[in-house]
Structures are given as structure tokens and as C-alpha cells.
Design a protein around this ligand. Structure first.
Ligand SMILES: [Zn+2]
Length: 486
């Protein structure tokens, strides 16, 4: 009896070590979907081997060397089977955006930088209607715009950008953020550069609120670029201090467009903070241009010196034309998106290849024919261009930066993320299957509406949304990625 128990415990330990039930348990089972003969890569366990994957009820139920049977079979010989990519930073959150995201391997698309002021409404607009999973932060920008009655359509152009908040307005802003967090916002979003007149106290208060809700603060820094005293480093130092004194988790968005040539130094500050016990992370997109609204505070007086660029480096999204002093003035009055060629290639390369910097697209809403390609091609570009062609980083590291690390960023506040970003038994069956020799972005600054290639299958909660390289119509398996609602 005792020996039998001992043997049993050894067996149980062996199963636990493998992180999967014995295949024998599952050999006779008919799964909803099986993915056969693919090379499974899981950044959490470091599993990198040929395995069969069994999926039922939207979850991964088996990862086995034995043949599995399913009602639906995906043959993945010669292909990589990875966790679906999690994009922490995607502004365009419409059906058309989700099609591009799915074709780029993204299974969870999150708007955490700008965020929403009405979190319930944001989720309700998408519930049951999406190809992929979706989620949002409560945004300091839209909350401040609402409280200060800013006329801007997306980013502030009036008081929310240019005026200090009165004491009663500050109270309303804080209450708006607290409300969003109670309603299950995944994080707090901030774009201090866009709300340039917000005082340092106002920003610190938002960090306090986030800390109390165990929410990470996803920040576009107050300053970017190289000109003292408004450098990216100064912007970073403000929020590192706020994180340190409040205990809030900080996530710095698109570090390359903040640091420009000094991106390696900014990354070193993030690492140094972490070495000293702070919970600070960052992300980048793999491109040499940024994109934003021309009418925003980013282009207030002095923008050329601050960003080290001039008119010709700014491209009007509606037409693709580069700007002049005249067209700058005209279009700034009209308002609209621009692509800004300001990021040195070396900065993009350093950030993309750094194992501590996550990949996030900053994908834009579709507002013109020449929008930034990042929303459509970021993930395939990292895998095809930077991993395969440039050998700037290895495949497992790249996958970790787009799956496990974003999930870990959010799981403290939203426990559902414990089951995302992994190929693990009982994890959500969000899976991206790609060909490592073929995967590549096709969206460019000239032709931004091209799907990525070399990603033949994408599953969201166990349902294929991409099959044999084509979008599947009429399926809406996307679910809300949300923190617990109070
Ligand atoms: Zn931004």
C-alpha cells in the first residue's frame, strides 16, 4: 500500500513536471480540433519540440507525442505552433483592424495607451462581434477630455491639452479613472505629451489610483527626443519616480519614439529600475517612423527642435504627401493623422532585439490611404525581418516578447491572462501557426493595407479565424479581455 502510494506520487510528480496529462489518458478522446505534427514553441516552459495539440471547449487539453483525433484536423508539419500574439497597444479596434491583426498572428488586441473613458460602453460595443479578443484601459486622456470638455475627436486639441485642471476638475478626473477600474479596465492609460498642461501632481495622483487597483500604468511620456530640458529621459524619470513612490506598475509605450537616438539609454533606465525592485516594463514597434494626430500637442511650437525633424519628415496620411510649412499649417487646422519619420533604424533594431522589450504595434485607426503599416504588419515583421533575415534575435525570444511577457504584464490585475500567452494544458486555445521560412509583413508606408504572409492558421478560443492563409468569415470567437468587474 505504502509503496503503491509512493509510486503514485512519483507518477503524479512526473506528470506535473511535464506540465501535461499523460497522453494515454487522452488517446481515445475525440477533440474539437487537433493540430498535428507542428513544432510547438512555448516560451513559459521552453518546450520546443514536435507535438500534437488537442483542443476542446476553447482550451488546450492535450500536448502529446502520440497521435490525437479531432473533429477538425489542422496539419502543421513544418510549421511553428505558438501562443497567439498579444498586442498591448492597438488603437484601431474595428472589424477591419481585427482582420489585419488576425492575419498578423494577433489573437488579443488591446488598447491600453489611449484607453477609454466609458469602459462598459467600449466592451459592450464589441461583445460577441469580434474575430479576436479585445480589451481596454481606462484612459487619462479621454477622461480628462470629457471633464474639461475638449473638442478633440481622439486626442485633445483644447483645454485637455493646454490647461491646468481646476481642483474640482481634478476630483472628477480621478473619479473617472476609479470608475473605469471598478468596471474592469485592464490598466490605466496615459499620454502625458498629449495632455501637456497636466501638472506633475495630477499625474502622480493617477499613479496612486492605479497602484490601489493593482493596475499597470501604460504611459506615453511627457517628453520625447533629445532637446534639454524636454528629453525622453526627463519624461521617463518623471514616471519612474511616480512608480517608485506609489508602488504602481509602469509600462512605457513605444520606447523608440520616446528615446530616438537615445533609445538604448532609456532601455537601460528601465532595466536599472527593475534591478532595484520596481515593476517597470516597456515595448516597441519594429519601424523607423511614428504616427499621431497633427492637431495634437505633440506639434505645438518647437516640435522640430524637440523631435529633431522638419516638415518633410512628416507625411499626411490621407494622401501620402510630405508636408511643407504651408501644408503643415493648413492640415493642422483641419486635423488628421500623420506618419512621422523620426526613429533611427539602429534604435528600432536595438529595441526589437532586446529580450526585455515587448513587441506592441501601436496600430492606428483606418483614417486614410497611407496610414502607418505597424498595425497590419508588426508581428510578422519581427519574425520575418528581424529574426529570419537580420538574425537580430532568436525565435523563442521573439515569441516570448509577443506572448508570455504581455500576458504577465496584465495577469496581476486580470487573472484571465494566466491562461493566455502560453501553449500549456488548460490554457486558452489562442494559437498562431506560422511558417518560419515564409512569415513576413507586406504592409508598407506606400501600401499599408496588405496582409502579412506565412501565417496559415490562427485560432482564437479554439476557433480558426485564419485557415490556409485566408480569413474565415462569419465567426466571432473573440472574447472580452477584462479585469474583474466590481
Ligand atoms: Zn503614443
Amino acid at each position: 500500500m505504502r509503496i503503491a502510494q509512493w509510486m503514485l506520487s512519483v507518477l503524479v510528480a512526473a506528470w506535473a513536471l511535464q506540465g501535461m496529462p499523460l497522453a494515454a489518458d487522452r488517446a481515445g478522446e475525440l477533440f474539437d480540433v487537433v493540430i498535428l505534427h507542428g513544432r510547438v514553441m512555448d516560451p513559459e516552459s521552453n518546450l520546443d519540440a514536435i507535438r500534437n495539440v488537442g483542443i476542446s471547449g476553447g482550451k488546450i487539453r492535450a500536448i502529446s507525442q502520440k497521435e490525437l483525433r479531432g473533429k477538425e484536423t489542422i496539419e502543421a508539419r513544418g510549421l511553428m505552433v505558438a501562443p497567439g500574439f498579444i498586442d498591448l497597444h492597438q488603437h484601431g479596434q474595428d472589424p477591419k483592424n481585427y482582420e489585419f491583426k488576425a492575419r498578423d498572428g494577433v489573437t488579443t488586441s488591446l488598447e491600453l495607451e489611449a484607453g477609454a473613458s466609458d469602459v462598459d460602453k467600449w466592451y459592450a460595443e464589441r461583445d460577441g462581434k469580434t474575430l479576436i479578443n479585445f480589451g481596454v484601459s481606462v484612459g487619462h486622456i479621454p477622461v480628462r477630455m470629457k471633464v474639461m470638455k475638449d473638442p478633440g475627436t481622439w486626442l485633445p486639441t483644447g483645454d485637455a491639452a493646454h490647461r491646468e485642471a481646476a481642483p474640482e476638475q481634478l476630483k472628477e478626473i480621478d473619479a473617472g479613472i476609479e470608475r473605469g477600474l471598478r468596471r474592469g479596465a485592464l490598466a490605466v492609460g496615459m499620454g502625458i505629451n498629449y495632455t501637456a498642461a497636466a501638472t506633475h501632481d495630477e499625474i502622480l495622483d493617477v499613479f496612486r489610483i492605479a497602484a490601489a487597483a493593482r493596475a499597470s500604468v501604460h504611459v506615453h511620456l511627457r517628453h520625447a527626443g533629445l532637446k534639454e530640458p524636454t528629453t525622453g529621459l526627463v519624461g521617463l524619470q518623471e514616471v519612474v519616480a511616480d512608480a517608485a513612490v506609489t508602488g504602481a506598475s509602469l509600462h512605457v509605450v513605444h520606447i523608440t519614439s520616446m528615446g530616438l537616438r537615445n533609445t538604448p539609454m532609456l532601455i537601460s533606465v528601465v532595466k536599472g529600475s527593475r534591478d532595484r525592485g520596481l515593476d517597470i516594463t516597456t515595448e516597441c514597434y519594429p519601424y523607423t517612423a511614428g504616427s499621431t494626430a497633427l492637431e495634437s500637442a505633440i506639434f505645438d511650437e518647437g516640435w522640430q527642435e524637440r523631435q529633431g525633424i522638419t516638415y518633410k519628415d512628416v507625411q499626411w496620411v490621407e494622401t501620402g504627401e510630405r508636408l511643407t510649412a504651408e501644408t503643415f499649417a493648413k492640415y493642422r487646422k483641419e486635423g488628421g493623422a500623420v506618419v512621422v519619420f523620426s526613429i533611427p533604424e539602429e534604435a528600432a533594431r536595438v529595441a526589437v532585439s532586446d529580450p526585455t522589450v515587448m513587441i506592441a504595434s501601436d496600430g492606428m485607426p483606418i483614417t486614410g490611404s497611407k496610414i502607418h503599416p505597424r498595425g497590419q504588419g508588426t508581428f510578422a515583421r519581427v519574425l520575418g525581418h528581424y529574426v529570419r533575415e537580420e538574425k537580430a534575435l532568436d525565435l523563442m525570444t521573439a515569441l516570448r516578447k509577443m506572448t508570455l511577457m504581455p500576458a504577465q504584464r496584465l495577469e496581476k490585475r486580470a487573472p484571465m491572462f494566466h491562461d493566455k500567452g502560453r501553449v500549456r494544458v488548460d490554457a486558452d486555445a489562442d494559437i498562431t501557426i506560422f511558417d518560419p521560412e515564409m512569415v513576413i509583413d507586406k504592409a508598407t508606408f506606400e501600401e499599408p493595407f496588405e496582409f502579412s504572409e506565412g501565417i496559415p492558421f490562427v485560432l482564437v478560443n479554439g476557433v480558426a479565424v485564419v485557415k490556409k492563409g485566408q480569413l474565415v468569415g462569419g465567426v466571432f470567437p473573440g472574447q472580452a479581455a477584462r479585469a474583474p468587474v466590481q
